[in-house]
Design a protein around this ligand. Structure first.
Ligand code: SF4
Length: 90
């Protein structure tokens, strides 16, 4: 069953990247994400941004200071942790 994605975009009004060219957040290679990551580092809605990207399954770009590969790794770690906790409570 598909989950309904609730899009609350109010956090975007506070995004530190609002005045930054969008290309900055879609570098040609993940290794070139330094500029975007430095903006995200000081962003007050970094967590909201990251969770939105994960829920939306964003496959491209820097969201919440993480590259697509870093987001996939985070999701995998979360799933592993959840599986361990489930096993521990059985
Ligand atoms: S975390 Fe980065 S990409 Fe997300 S809103 Fe903030 S500055 Fe923009």
């Amino acid at each position: 069953m598909n989950q309904l994605l609730v899009i609350d975009q109010e956090w975007q009004d506070q995004a530190a990247c609002r005045q930054i060219p969008v290309e900055t957040f879609f570098p040609p290679a993940e290794q070139e994400a330094t500029d975007a990551k430095s903006v995200c580092l000081g962003c007050c809605v970094k967590n909201e941004c990251l969770e939105f990207a994960i829920q939306a399954g964003e496959r491209f770009g820097i969201w919440g200071g993480l590259t697509p590969q870093e987001r996939r790794s985070l999701v995998a770690r979360r799933r592993s942790r959840a599986a361990l906790l489930e096993t521990a409570t059985e």
